[in-house]
Ligand binder design. Sequence first.
Ligand SMILES: [Zn+2]
Ligand SMILES: [Zn+2]
Length: 469
Amino acid sequence: MWKGDGSEKDDGFVTRPILSCLHTDKERINQFYERLNSDASFVVETMLERYSAAVVPTPRIDDIVIITDISDMICRFMNEGGPDSVNDYLTHSPDVIPLLLKGIRTVLQDTQHTAEHNYAVYCSFTFVASLAPFSESTMRSALVSGILNVSLEIASNPKLLKCGNRAESLINKLQSCLIFRPVTTAAVASINNLVTRRDFNLPQMLRSTNTLFRKEWTRFETLLLEQAVILSLFDNGFAVERGSCASCKTIASRKDFFKCSGCDILLYCSTKCQESDWGRHRVDCKIVNEYLGKHLSANISRAWRRQGILQANRYWSSIIVLAQKKEIPLLDLGVQITYNSIPFKLDVFDCRKVDPSSVESILSKEVLRASSESLPCFMLKTILPRTVDIFMVYLNDARDARGDGEACRTQGAIFVDEDNNRLYPTARDVVSDIISQSHALSKSDWRKLWGSKPFEILAKKAMEDGVVF
Ligand SMILES: [Zn+2]
Ligand SMILES: [Zn+2]
């Protein structure tokens, strides 16, 4: 199939006849494997090697043809099923996305722009888009490899119209990855790079894209801005999180308690309190330990808990409205935040109706027990791409059934309810505050604010003002 490693440039022609006989026919693809006496991983490795050899600073038209053919071919192989499928292999290989993005950049930067060039970009980009949404690590390497500028360049180039809708759906799929801290950091660096590059005029490029792409891009930036502000606040020590001893019910800052080492969920103020509660908690603790295990490191869990609590506080007035709609008393309230789809979903549930045989019931029982003793708290369930986390959240005294003032509608909606109605944080919300101040700081181009430490000053100032949640 492939003679050599690409150093002999003339072997490129063989890919086209293979393509024309394969089409998308699964049967033929399998016969192809058999005839080669090989499997998906060998085929993919060989294809990527040939692709890589064609990505050179000044590609000849033969190289462009190879880039087109190979990405076209991988796309066709992608749909083929089986345990050792090309799809599986490609999804788990860390080198694929960076290589393809490099290929696209090479073709876009070439001084020549033939129809073959456009088709090469089309095939490679289709392939990149078909792999989204990415895993956390792939997303990071995709950002470092310039997935944002590639998408923008493609969306703003009228000759690449065929890729246009793929660019907007790609930007949409990338958004859900922004909830991971390393991804946020990489995305901030990536946008900062775009803004400061002299040869890249971001606002102008955006203007030449279509409305749908601009909408997705704006949502991407809004979400990124919000995540960057939240992380910046946390890094500066914002947020005093409250906790309560499961035994004596003292409420104080969470850091004043220690966690039950069995379940990592319940908090105690002293060994004495833990011992006196053990008879009651033992059975539940064992179940949590068995089913939930310590699958998350304490830090990941803490980051999600803090993020979840912050969002629940920001959207408290919406939560109350949702609870009233579903006729759930605030004492029995559960809040569910789903980060799996864009926009994120915020929903409420009744702790009394949690399946008693589920792991979640351990927490819902604790919430109901605390409520019956007039400790204001709710159960928070966070659904993430590969895991579910549950927490118990103690409410600030200021949060009550009234909600918290007018909603702030200047920002794009990050959350929707289960009927897809947009939800907006309350007006006196620190995150929205910082974001609107950032916009106001530089009227000419607020994007200049993307730096290595965005919003540091604003976050520090907000903390000096004594904002807590
Ligand atoms: Zn205690
Ligand atoms: Zn426990």
